[in-house]
Design a protein around this ligand. Structure first.
Ligand code: BT5
Length: 251
């Protein structure tokens, strides 16, 4: 048990960097050198923070969280993808503990009042059908007050929402035990370990558009199915099962 974090394995080793390109790259390098399950790397600033599908993650030096965790789950590669949904529940609960009302947006966003406050990027290296390692990257806007123009309408931070600054170390003290518990449950029981909790925290009131079979369908989030696919109810009450795509706010 780590006295500092109240965890069994997560963050036993935490490497804190001043800056790097991407903490996910640093974590993969550590994993290649044999880093243990639960090894973490954080940076005060990222030069090339990344999101999914080649998108970038704005990573200023405003005392935010840029964290990557090396994981070595004994799981079939086919069942790993929903890990970012499981982690999202822990990230959402941690943010809520700082007095803001965070909600989950499928697949990997945490929003406050419709603006993105955190994003999760999980990446995997495999060898011969088995998982070599998963790197779970978590970016949380703790203290950014000024976003670049293109992000101003869509991004926010805990400090912006609550008018209180958050220390990274204090945030980690809350995040690590919650995240460890969620990850342990996911490795043991898969999607069923977080499906209900995820749905409770999802933004189910907002109208979204999502592309299905080449056309935008408008509707609301209903929840997740047993494989972690999104259940999306369109305006004519049809429930669509979505395994990949992007929800666009149309409210
Ligand atoms: C994500 O991608 O939301 C995953 C972000 C993961 C970042 C962490 S930081 C630590 C680790 N190291 C990395 O290099 N990455 C991980 P995606 O769903 O593709 O969202 C990207 C989109 O979010 C961008 O295209 C912008 O629209 C928006 N965005 C970029 N930076 C943002 C920020 N700081 N806050 C809110 N929204 C942002």
């Amino acid at each position: 048990m780590s006295a500092q974090w109240k965890t069994k394995w997560l963050g036993q080793s935490l490497i804190s960097l001043e800056e790097c390109d991407s903490t996910n790259d640093e974590a993969f390098a550590l994993a290649k050198d044999g880093a243990d399950h639960g090894t973490c790397v954080s940076a005060s600033m990222q030069k090339v923070g990344r999101g999914r599908m080649g998108r970038s993650w704005f990573s200023s030096d405003a005392e935010n969280l840029y964290l990557s965790v090396v994981l070595r789950p004994e799981m079939d590669t086919r069942f790993i993808a929903p890990i970012s949904l499981a982690a999202g529940v822990a990230v959402c609960d941690t943010i809520n503990g700082f007095g803001v009302h965070a909600r989950l947006k499928w697949p990997n966003d945490v929003l406050v009042a419709g603006k993105k406050i955190a994003g999760i990027l999980s990446e995997m290296r495999t060898s011969g059908g088995t998982v070599e390692c998963v790197v779970l990257g978590i970016g949380v806007n703790l203290n950014t007050m000024e976003f670049p123009d293109e992000l101003k309408p869509i991004a926010t931070s805990i400090q912006k929402e609550s008018a209180c600054g958050v220390e990274r170390h204090e945030f980690l003290q809350h995040l690590f035990p919650l995240l460890e518990e969620r990850l342990d449950a996911f490795f043991k029981d898969g999607v069923s370990s977080f499906r209900e909790e995820w749905t409770i925290r999802a933004d189910k009131e907002r109208f979204f558009g999502i592309e299905i079979d080449g056309e935008e369908v408008m509707g609301k989030v209903q929840g997740l199915d047993e494989e972690g696919a999104l259940l999306f109810v369109s305006e004519n009450d049809t429930v669509h099962r979505v395994i990949s795509g992007e929800l666009v706010d149309r409210s």
